[in-house]
Design a protein around this ligand. Structure first.
Ligand SMILES: NC(=O)c1ccc[n+]([C@@H]2O[C@H](COP(=O)([O-])OP(=O)(O)OC[C@H]3O[C@@H](n4cnc5c(N)ncnc54)[C@H](OP(=O)(O)O)[C@@H]3O)[C@@H](O)[C@H]2O)c1
Length: 421
């Protein structure tokens, strides 16, 4: 019996909210709060019309950049936890409000600032690039800085409960608990074999997606970061149920937390598949300045190029009906069990059209929204309570793995996988 406040009502939230309503024994009441309240009202109407859920839904307009507004809504609604499915830009204001109001916090992506030219943030960023050796705009330091305060307050902040980060880290905790004495190598493989038929579109928020993909790559090896040029390292992999795809090494946020939390790990890499058309479009947009977050003046109005691009691109939430094919996301582990080396591959395959038939969404939102609901359920019902600001591999993976099977993301353990060179 829990009351949960959900912030954001985009592609990921739409899946998470519908799944919360299917888990109405835990989510007895939810409030959907977002910048555009009409989206919250439309989703509430859809769920109520279907008439399958006992969850009581309310909605609210909220600007989550305003910490006091978030705090006022939490105090008025009195949830046990807040599930943050807005953008990474809002992570810190929402965490701060949760702390002040005394409620638990769950999200799917780590903090990054909207304006990367803001001087105080920029100075910290440049210091971190030098000290840690990776140049991604996001890192966990801003959220880990809340750790002691959450710990003292007896509150759980569950960071990164999407698919990657999220399920990939739960797979790691599961492998560590059930298959290995020590894990030495982790390769996280994210394959989207789906085709939406557009020459160019992003599967989730374009701003966040394009920033991530156009950045330098990096991996963790022997206790430090190794940085690469964007798309410098390419491999070909034959993905179960999808087939052979080109994949490229990217920096990704779970590498940072797994490097901290998995003892004796020697190397952690992350690969994502991209087709040549996507890469060519992205390079061209980058070259002409369309990926910039620095505001420019255009005919008397200030515009941010990447936000203007977002307005031109297809809304990721609209890709559902047109996307066919499957995703395969998982991790290959190499390590030691009882003195012998072994490899296992844990992965999930998700079909875009099946997701669309079930919830009206494509598989990228689906594979993120389901774990967001699961993380929120486990925190809300008290199964996962571990005071502090913690990433998901710090919790017992078993109840989460069971719920993945129950709520639409079944997984496979392959004990003889193809290894990535
Ligand atoms: N871990 C993973 O595997 C994974 C994978 C994909 C995405 N993600 C993360 O999931 C989150 C949601 O992604 P998405 O694809 O659903 O994005 P999206 O479709 O753009 O939705 C974002 C939602 O947040 C709302 N929002 C934005 N700024 C807000 C503010 N200041 N106050 C209140 N609401 C605000 C938006 O409102 P409007 O409707 O007004 O725009 C929209 O409803 C992102 O943080 C993304 O990085 C994680």
């Amino acid at each position: 019996m829990s009351k949960v406040l959900i912030i954001g009502c985009g592609g990921v939230a739409s899946v998470a909210i519908q799944k919360c309503c299917r888990n109405d024994a835990v989510f007895t009441e939810i409030c959907i709060a977002s910048r555009t309240v009409s989206k919250c009202d439309a989703l509430k109407a859809k769920i109520e019309q279907e008439g399958k859920s006992k969850t009581i839904i309310t909605t609210a307009q909220l600007d989550a950049d305003d910490k006091d507004a978030v705090l006022a809504l939490i105090r008025a609604y009195q949830p046990v936890a807040v599930l943050n499915l807005a953008l990474p830009y809002q992570d810190l204001t929402i965490m701060q409000a949760c702390l002040e109001a005394g409620v638990h916090y769950i999200d799917t992506a780590n903090y990054e600032p909207e304006n990367i030219d803001e001087p105080i943030w920029r100075a910290n960023y440049e210091k971190r690039c030098k000290e840690l050796g990776f140049t991604a705009y996001f890192d966990y330091s801003y959220q880990w800085a809340f750790h002691e305060q959450f710990e003292k307050a007896g509150l759980t902040a569950l960071l990164g409960s999407g698919f990657d980060p999220g399920v990939t880290s739960v797979f790691t905790a599961y492998a560590r608990k059930h298959y290995f004495d020590e894990i030495h190598y982790i390769d996280i493989l994210d394959c989207n074999g789906g085709d939406h038929g557009y020459p160019f579109a992003t599967n989730f928020n374009p701003e966040i997606n394009l920033r991530e993909v156009s950045a330098n790559g990096s991996y963790w090896e022997n206790g430090h970061w190794v940085e690469t040029e964007p798309m410098e390292i390419k491999r070909v992999y034959n993905f179960p149920e999808v087939g052979e795809k080109d994949m490229y090494l990217l920096h990704h946020e779970e590498i940072e937390s797994l490097a901290k939390n998995i003892p004796n790990v020697k190397r952690i890499r992350f690969f994502m598949t991209f087709g040549q058309s996507y890469l060519t479009h992205m390079k061209c947009l980058e070259n002409v300045g369309m990926l910039s977050t620095t505001p420019i003046e255009f005919q008397g109005t200030e515009i941010v190029p990447i936000q203007f691009l977002k307005a031109l691109l297809p809304d990721p939430a609209s890709l559902g009906p047109r996307t066919v094919g499957k995703t395969n996301i998982g991790c290959i582990f190499t390590g030691i069990k009882d003195g012998k080396e072994k490899n296992i591959y844990i992965y999930n395959v998700c079909d875009h059209q099946e997701c669309y038939r079930e919830l009206g969404s494509q598989a990228i939102s689906y594979t993120t929204g389901v774990p967001a609901m699961i993380g929120a359920a486990l925190v809300a019902n008290g199964t996962w309570r571990n005071a502090g600001a913690r990433t998901i591999e710090e919790f017992d993976p078993d109840p989460f793995m069971e719920m993945l099977n129950e709520y639409g993301l079944p997984w496979v353990v392959d004990e003889n996988p193809q290894i990535v060179p």
